[in-house]
Design a protein around this ligand. Structure first.
Ligand code: MOS
Length: 725
């Protein structure tokens, strides 16, 4: 965009988060912190079976407990059936359960304790049915059908195929061919705040206080599920304790239905165990990859097959994985096939860059092995693969990496230490967005948006507006409005807030600026072109004595008989061009060859972010994403037994890292500006999680000469790879 970097006083400055103090002091109000008189507390009764018929459900013992008001089952919910099977339209099992932890009934009590007592007393009798919880058993011809309502004969819900060139001819050109199968488990997004929602009946409709990253989508889903007009459903966004893709509507239709049914406010929060068992984790994935390279390192042939185990409902990112496998590096001949397989597990959904860490783990591990076989340096291998197609972003990321001490010193390592490199590239989502920017009496600005702030992006938005308006960032207050009053914007996700919404904010601020200059021009009897707006003053260029402050200008619009219209700028965008952005991670590990334990000693993340609006927050995103990537690489995984029972349903068993396990993370920011992002910025929300597993895998190989093809790379798996058994 237009300003020269040297003139930036607000954007590009490391700026403290505006939401920080309230969160640190415990004043921020999350969904479960809202209280209304007469609220009923909901507790779920969940299935201990992955697949079973509900033989009998007797509410009497629950209703006999003091404080229990009502027991609700599926048949009573005022929710309309959807056109396709969906968890949102079927929040309670009707007569059959299809995953461990599936809610079968809700107990409503006057207190949380009463509801919990009631749920424990409720008697449900099940008849166990055959289970297919993993890919292999679900794909067997004799496997039980996961969805009886599905149009498919097998448990394959969706299938894609990408083909290009002549595969046989491709193999003939290859100097080296390697084939391998990679596997990644289901993982949970690991947000600290569990799924939570409060619904309050009012105005003949409902107001919801949900923990979601999707304002307008939540309203749409709830209104459609309950058959209410949009005007009768209002969504208020509380502060949110993490989303990472997992908070895109889940409990809201259920809680809204309970409030409609009882005419009382209803609150429901998942317990940690319920959240681990019954929310919407990332799908498990298996990728078979056979890749051929010419002697010069360019790729000539690829055959890939991959499968997502998506649990009981379809939603797997087949397109992204299929397309990116064939196009991340140019390969002239390929055949790629992907399948989405259903199973008796909880329905999977989005997690930070859905599908991307999965394909990158396979492809970047594979390229490392190819480089080894061709006796090429791993960075040189990627350069050769990109070849003449290499973008400016890729080239600058490579150069920055080469300049770092961690890269330069990688050969001076102790025994059992290793360095692993892996690349990734931005897969930004595009979605229209709008924002408005209003001048207040006191010369500050209200920047009104309709998006949940899941990442601290609000402070960056304030910086963008402040830069355009010639004020300090603190003079811009970001207001997250409710669905009745907010300017429309899409979901918070897809690495698109700064890129899309930030551009709308830029335009809104520009429009407000033009309105201000127009008013000042009349009052100062000057032309708008001769005016400058800075440090909260509009003055005639070269004549600083002829000036007006922003409060003076505001009062010319906000009083009886004031002659000027109120200042309010609107910005709207609907982008169609995807920004190009590369990143490279370098992991330094030490492997204990006896125990198989992997210690991450250092970690470097080089990201092209176009431009860093708030470098401190960009760094924070990288630290968080890298940590989640390392979790996937080394520790995390939802573990199911052959009966589909989740074994890791507490945080004692599901190994989220603690702060102590997180290595020093060094960040390097590269700025290759985007065409449309504000000040050239690109997204940074999702990318940092992406290359972690491949970088760690490649580092393990560099340390001890073996590869782990199944994540997480636990000590047991690493030790088995080293010992060969
Ligand atoms: Mo995301 S997985 O678009 O929050």
């Amino acid at each position: 965009m237009t300003l020269a970097p040297a003139s930036y006083t607000q954007v590009g400055q490391a700026t403290r988060r505006q939401d920080g103090p309230a969160k640190v002091r415990g004043e921020a109000r999350y969904a479960a912190d809202w209280h209304f008189p007469g609220t009923l507390h909901a507790r779920l009764v969940v299935s201990p079976y992955a697949h079973a018929r509900i033989v009998r459900l007797d509410p009497a013992p629950a209703l006999a407990r003091p404080g229990v008001v009502r027991v609700v089952t599926a048949a009573e919910l005022p929710i309309k059936p959807g056109s396709s099977p969906s968890r949102l339209r079927n929040p309670l099992a009707l007569d059959e359960v299809t995953f461990y932890g599936q809610p079968v009934a809700v107990v409503l009590g006057e207190s949380e304790a009463a509801a919990e007592d009631g749920a424990a007393a409720l008697a449900v009798q099940y008849e166990a049915l055959p289970v297919a919880a993993d890919l292999e058993s679900s794909l067997k011809p004799e496997a039980p059908s996961i969805r009886k309502d599905s149009k498919h004969s097998s448990n394959v819900a969706n299938r894609i195929e990408f083909k290009e060139g002549d595969l046989e001819a491709g193999w003939r050109e290859a100097a080296v061919v390697i084939e391998q199968t990679y596997q990644l488990p289901m993982v949970h997004q690991g947000y600290l705040e569990t799924q939570s929602c409060l619904a309050v009946p009012e105005r003949g409709g409902l107001t919801l206080y949900p923990s979601v990253q999707t304002l307008f989508r939540t309203r749409r889903e709830v209104a459609q599920a309950l058959g209410l007009p949009m005007s009768k459903v209002k969504i208020v966004l509380p502060e949110i304790g993490g989303g990472f893709g997992g908070k895109a509507v889940l409990l809201e239709p259920l809680v809204a239905a309970l409030a409609l049914l009882t005419h009382r406010p209803v609150a429901l929060s998942f317990t940690r165990a319920e959240d681990l068992a019954a929310a919407n984790p990332a799908p498990a994935c298996k990728i078979y990859l056979k890749l051929g390279a010419r002697q010069d390192g360019t790729l000539c042939a690829m055959q890939a097959r991959f499968w997502f185990n998506n649990g009981v409902y379809p939603s797997a990112p087949l397109q992204v994985v299929g397309f990116m496998l064939g196009h991340a590096y140019p390969v002239s001949n390929f055949e790629i096939e992907g399948q989405e397989v259903l199973s008796h597990r909880v329905g999977a959904s989005s997690y930070r860059a859905p599908g991307v860490p999965q394909y990158v783990f396979a492809l970047e591990s594979h390229l490392d092995a190819m480089a080894q076989a061709l006796e090429l340096d791993p960075l040189e291998m990627r350069r050769r693969c990109q070849g003449t197609q290499a973008s400016e972003s890729f080239r600058q990321v490579c150069e920055r990496l080469e300049g770092t001490p961690l890269w330069q010193n990688r050969r001076h390592k102790e025994p059992n230490e290793g360095f692993g490199l892996a690349f990734g590239q931005l897969v930004t989502c595009l979605e229209p967005a709008m924002a408005s920017c209003r001048l207040e009496d006191d010369g500050t600005f209200a920047l009104v948006t309709g998006v949940a702030d899941i990442t601290g992006v609000s402070t960056g938005l304030a910086q963008i507006a402040a830069q355009v308006l010639g004020v300090e960032t603190e003079q811009v207050a970001v207001v997250v409005a409710d669905s009745d009053s907010a300017p429309y914007a899409g979901d918070s996700g897809g690495s698109k807030m700064t890129y899309n919404l930030g551009a709308a904010v830029y335009r809104a601020a520009q429009e407000a600026r033009e309105q201000i200059l127009h008013i000042a021009a009349e009052k100062l009897e000057s032309s708008p072109d001769d005016l400058e707006l800075q440090t909260g003053q509009v003055s005639v260029r070269g004549t600083p004595s002829r000036s007006l402050s922003l409060p003076q200008l505001a009062s010319a619009t906000m009083n009886y008989e004031a002659a000027f219209t109120p200042v309010c700028g609107q910005g709207r965008v609907a982008f169609t061009d995807y920004p190009v952005g590369f990143f490279a991670h370098l992991a330094h590990v030490r492997v204990d060859p006896e125990t198989g334990d992997v210690a991450v000693l250092n970690y470097l993340a080089v990201h092209d972010v176009g431009f860093a609006i708030n470098p401190a927050e960009v760094e924070g995103q990288i630290h968080g994403g890298v940590t989640q990537g390392l979790g996937w690489a080394l520790y995390e995984g939802l573990v199911y037994d052959e009966h589909g029972t989740l074994l890791s349903n507490t945080l004692m068993d599901y190994a989220l890292q603690t702060a102590r396990q997180v290595p020093p993370i060094q960040t390097e920011l590269v700025f290759v500006p985007s065409e449309e992002g504000p000040f050239g910025a690109k997204g940074i929300g999702e990318p940092p999680i992406v290359p972690g597993a491949a970088a760690i895998g490649n580092a393990i190989f560099d340390a001890v000469g073996v590869r782990v093809y199944e994540l997480p790379a636990t000590p047991e798996r690493v030790r088995r790879a080293i010992k060969g058994h």
